[in-house]
Design a protein. Sequence first.
Length: 372
Amino acid sequence: MTDLRQTPLAQSLPASVPFVGPETHERQRGAPFVARLGANENLFGPSPKAVAAMQAAAGEIWKYGDAESYELRQALSALHGISPDHIMVGEGIDGLLGNLVRLYVGAGDAVVTSLGAYPTFNYHVAGFGGVLHTVPYRDDHEDIAALMAKAHEVGAKIVYLANPDNPMGSWHRGADIVAALDDLPEGSLLLLDEAYVECAPDGTAAPVDVNDPRVIRMRTLSKAYGMAGARVGYALGAVEMISAFHKVRNHFGMNRCAQIGATEAIKDQDWLAHVQAEIATARDEISRIAIEHGLTPLPSATNFVAIDCGQDGAFAKAVLDALVSRGMFVRMPFAEPQNRCIRVSCGPEAERAAFAAALPEALAEARSQADR
């Protein structure tokens, strides 16, 4: 039965989500995962100071959160050396993406992204009637030149680029992104998703003038800061662009305890440095495990490693399924040729050991299936 009260656009969309969560998988398989290595969460945890602050604030959870996220924006202002007027806080990058697309994309407007890049952005574009145009990856990197060329071809309102990239973990030098702005079509906006930038080498963050109206950057506390469940993200951009969010955002969408915890997490840069070191160790260990079993880990500037399984997407999917059946929650890219890989999040030693034990069995099962 068709619900005629829905808009034609809503009726045309599938009732689907960009990602199926690990809890859904656990219910389907009837057992919990041994290692949760598929969601790129920070398994090393948030700052203890952030946890203590949230625990202390729990008794006031009956209060709405500060609609302006004032204290958090002050902390972010100090971190980045910019005015709070250049910062918008939202319900993770995902919430900010939805608001940005709502502000800029109408029915039929062209939007450019990479084929296989972060699908939640695509979900929002479809939800507001935009037309998505994609370009393939080049050498497992998002292809900046191809993105700009496609933007010229289709008259794109927004060009999406993640740096570092999910799902491949690859990255570009920030200076190269700034140089590429000269090729951005007039009237286009570069949406620069920097969710993993705290995990990346120096020089990855694009040194963009925060007043440059051609760019909006997005960051999150879900990755290196270890607060994925709190849903805290923020946008950096020109004052006029940032103030436009007030037209459409959910003014009381930010959880009170999450704001308080995020403020303390931002201030605790020593803990961030600790986590960055743990991520680097885990990346090296996951890469070593992959190489031990004849696989090829891709260089990563994120808190995960994409592992080339050496064959096609069907084989990688067989490896993934075999890992899941052994209690390993991992994921894989969905577009060719990147879907020859599986993607393994960084985790503590126990989770890495569980993955190391399960991988040879999973590979043997996948190879057995391929030989039939």
